[in-house]
Design a protein around this ligand. Structure first.
Ligand code: TYM
Length: 336
């Protein structure tokens, strides 16, 4: 059976981008067609300046939202990355396979380290090695597929390269995974700056729709979205990025393609109004379920406990095999 792994990092409140680009696909499609693992990858949240209490709160919230989005813990394994030691264990081995140059070429590293330096801060070493940990997340489970938004392309490519290299050097150990993307909304853009990604770590919220925004807040943000010059509703990502973004969001919520929908609208205003309502409707059941789950923290904790137990059982043999393959002596009492 196909195995799927994906993760979300608790660096901010989950956004509409996370939902349309990844989480909804996990809940509606992936968990039904493959053996799936979805993780709140909290170790990744420590790569930039962080507040420990906030990471804990956001981790719990992200896990709750995965369940509220319809991920069923009877079908999929839902867990917190730091509860399973194998991720960090494998990450070190993969650091011994990856190169320094390869890491420095990662776009997210270049962007985030530049931002950090511009703020006068220092860049954590873990920001550089982050993609190796992500590769470990995936390879530890022998995942065949990694459903992500398109900002993760380069990281999944690196994962493939590391798997192939390890296999060539030390004997076949890892499955070489491939990324999968949603048909529309693989990159939802910021409503106030449609040339940049809608990101949860962004510090101003006006262009970002959060999964837990009240309906009126969602409406306001979408009605105030930056649109483009001219007045014709066309799907042109280069020439009209603001309108194209709204059409993609609308198409992702309502079904259909952004191209077809563009023909239906004669004004930006009407498109915005319908997009806002479509988003409110898509978020409504998630928010309702979230409210229920927040009232039952013991249930969420139990899901995470069982998830971690299952994830440990699945990753341990793979990581042990990698330890032996690379030349590390097994502990006494363990067969070679
Ligand atoms: P993260 O936490 O930034 O995002 C989680 C998922 O949401 C997708 N996404 C988007 N999709 C469309 N439009 C957007 N504006 C948007 N913003 C985010 C992301 O592509 C992602 O699929 N490095 C990963 C977390 C990670 C991971 C992994 C993913 C760690 N280990 C192993 C897969 C497998 C990240 O930062 O995602």
């Amino acid at each position: 059976m196909t195995r799927i792994f994906s993760g979300i990092k608790p660096t901010g409140h989950l956004t509409l981008g996370n939902y349309l680009g990844a989480v909804r696909q996990w809940a509606e499609v992936d968990q039904h067609r493959a053996e799936s693992l979805f993780s709140v990858v909290d170790l990744h949240a420590l790569t930039v300046d962080h507040d420990p209490g906030r990471v804990r709160r956001l981790s719990r919230q992200a896990a709750t939202l995965l369940l509220a989005s319809g991920i069923d813990p009877e079908r999929a394994t839902v867990f917190v990355q730091s509860h399973v030691d194998e991720h960090a264990r494998l990450s070190y081995l993969l650091e011994c396979v990856a190169t320094d140059g390869e890491m420095r070429r990662m776009i997210q590293y270049k962007e985030k380290s530049a931002l950090e330096r511009a703020r006068g801060g220092s860049v954590r070493l873990s920001l550089l090695t982050y993609p190796v940990l992500m590769a470990a997340d995936i390879l530890a489970y022998g995942a065949d597929e990694v459903p992500v938004g398109d900002d993760q392309v380069q990281h999944v490519e690196l994962t493939r390269d590391l798997a192939v290299r390890f296999n060539q050097r030390y004997g076949h150990t890892f499955v070489v995974p491939r990324a999968t993307y949603p048909k529309v909304a693989a990159r939802v853009m910021d409503l106030q700056d449609p040339t940049s990604k809608m990101g949860k770590s962004g510090d101003v919220g006006a262009g970002i729709v959060y999964l837990l925004d009240e309906p009126d807040v969602v409406r306001k943000k979408i009605l105030r979205a930056v649109t483009d010059s001219g007045s014709e509703v066309e799907y042109d990502r280069e020439g009209k990025p603001g309108v194209a973004n709204l059409l993609e969001i609308f198409a992702a919520c309502e079904g259909g393609s952004p191209e077809d929908l563009s023909g239906v609208y004669e004004s930006y205003g009407a498109l915005k109004k319908d997009t806002a309502e479509a988003v409110v409707e898509v978020l409504r059941p998630v928010q309702e379920k979230h409210k229920e789950l927040v009232a039952d923290p013991a249930y969420v904790e139990e899901v995470l406990r069982r998830g971690a137990e299952r994830a440990r059982g699945m990753s341990r043999p793979m990581v042990d095999t990698a330890y032996r393959a690379i030349g590390l002596l097994p502990p006494v009492n363990e067969e070679l």
